[in-house]
Design a protein around this ligand. Structure first.
Ligand SMILES: [Zn+2]
Length: 277
């Protein structure tokens, strides 16, 4: 295997915060499990000597500043995952700008550093919300990792570029776009960069995909959520597809991560793609 490092990222949210059917004003009804899951992720990463990028929710940064501090103190990069986990195409540019600023303020208060990277809730920069790129660039972000070049019932721009590239908007803003990894099979972009796919498919699919992109000289980009290693999380009633993608094979995540970390080397988005953080 070659020596290219891939990027490892964590979309830092609690087990009930990623459901578009549970809006932010209902979050208090659910028992938080983020502290234990955060500790567990940090332990796994430290055991493998891996620094990662955590895209954190502004909401969590306000309520659990100590957690963000602990993550940062271990040498991980802190990026932004927005404030309320509202999909961007449901927001106006003004409202999105407010979310970005509020989250940045919460993060800066903890780390003293402005985040340079952004990952949208549920990869919600799609064709109709591409305006978000301007908002990000105008708020000082150097890279975005929100455009998923695949088809999914919730997200994706299937014709988007698959690898790191610069975007220049009509308003003249520039930002780097760093998509989560897809591999090519026939004419399809197969999502192999983590999330539900990592749990649902056998580990070998991810290994095949990562080997393919590394062979092409490109770093892989992987993402996960803290709740994906939490087999004891509450089971609640959800729409069928959501329930399937959330709860399937949670027990397999840790074992598969172990294999992933043994097969490939990882670091933060900033380090892998050469950004000053
Ligand atoms: Zn998320």
């Amino acid at each position: 295997m070659n020596n290219i490092k891939s990027a490892f990222s964590v979309d830092f949210e609690d087990w009930y915060q990623g459901f578009e059917v549970i809006p932010v004003d209902k979050w208090e009804d659910y028992p938080p499990r983020i502290e234990r899951n955060c500790r567990k992720i940090l332990e796994i990463l430290s055991n493998h000597n891996i620094r990662a990028t955590f895209f954190v929710l502004g909401y969590l940064a306000e309520i659990f500043p100590r957690l963000i501090e602990a993550i940062h103190n271990e040498g991980h990069e802190i990026g932004s995952h927005g404030y309320s986990h509202t999909q961007i195409f449901r927001l106006t540019p003004e409202k999105f700008g407010d979310e970005i600023k509020r989250t940045n303020d919460a993060i800066v208060k903890i780390t003293g550093k402005r985040p340079i990277g952004f990952r949208a809730p549920i990869f919600s920069i799609i064709e109709e919300s591409l305006w978000a790129i301007d908002v990000l660039a105008e708020n000082g972000f150097l890279y975005d990792s929100s455009i998923y070049p695949t088809i999914n019932y919730r997200y994706g721009i299937v014709k988007a570029e698959r690898f790191y590239h610069q975007i220049e908007t009509e308003r003249g803003n520039k930002i780097a776009e760093i998509p989560v990894t897809t591999s090519k099979f026939l004419n399809l972009n197969v999502p192999v960069g983590g999330g539900a796919y990592f749990r649902i498919w056998p580990y070998g699919v991810t290994r095949w995909g990562f080997r393919q992109v590394l062979r092409d000289g490109q770093p892989g980009v992987f993402y996960m959520h803290p709740w994906e290693i939490d087999t004891d999380q509450p089971r609640i009633k959800l729409p069928l597809r959501l329930s399937f993608t959330h709860y399937t094979n949670l027990h397999s995540t840790e074992r598969k991560l172990d294999r992933l970390f043994n097969d490939f080397s990882f670091s933060t988005m900033a380090e892998v793609f050469g950004f000053e953080y």
